[in-house]
Write a protein that binds this ligand. Structure first.
Ligand code: HEM
Length: 158
């Protein structure tokens, strides 16, 4: 196998990782919208929707790992040449932000929401509304970050 083929395999893995990570984020976003609609109608009973997508973060993390490993692989194969380019440096900054946002903020908000739903009280509305608006901000940030990273990766502005 030639070096070029290896590079293409890494690139494919990179894109599969991207599909998993971005896909998990989008499914999460869409399912949460359904959850909120159901929550308006039947309150605490809507928690069954949350249980149905509890494994989604695992998919996102597998995607994240694939992106990082293949990205490092491509960097090694090109002897870090991209590392000297401005688009890549900016992209890398955004990659750090999107990963930290997912692992620290998104994970914590998801856990908070599940915990509140387990409390089984009807008077949790204030806390729930706070989590709802934070989750909306979190997803908006993630989707904007994905768009910027994609833009930089494809157009490679210098
Ligand atoms: C959320 C994180 C990331 C996303 C969404 C992403 C997305 C992409 C996409 C869509 C491409 C294909 C561009 C093209 O072929 O035109 C690409 C290429 C590439 N990415 Fe990433 N990437 C991410 C993280 C990383 C990381 C962490 C690294 C390095 C450690 C990296 C290194 C590279 C390299 C070296 C290329 C190949 C550039 C080329 O040959 O055209 N990426 N990335």
């Amino acid at each position: 196998m030639t070096t070029h083929t290896f590079f293409q395999i890494f690139l494919m893995l990179h894109l599969v990782g991207f599909v998993l990570f971005a896909g998990a984020t989008i499914i999460n976003f869409v399912t949460l919208r359904q959850f909120w609609q159901q929550y308006e109608l039947e309150g605490i009973k809507a928690k069954t929707i949350l249980q149905s997508f509890s494994k989604l973060p695992v998919l996102g993390r597998i995607g994240m790992a694939a992106i990082i490993l293949s990205g490092v692989g491509m960097m090694a194969m090109t002897r870090g040449v991209f590392g000297e380019q401005i688009w890549f440096r900016i992209k890398f900054g955004f990659v750090i932000v999107i990963i930290l946002n997912a692992l620290l903020v998104g994970r914590r908000l998801g856990l908070n929401l599940r915990k509140l739903m387990e409390e089984n009280k009807e008077e949790i509305t204030v806390k729930i509304n706070k989590v709802k608006s934070n989750l909306r901000m979190f997803h908006t940030a993630q989707l904007v970050l994905f768009f910027i990273i994609l833009l930089l990766s494809v157009f490679k502005f210098n």
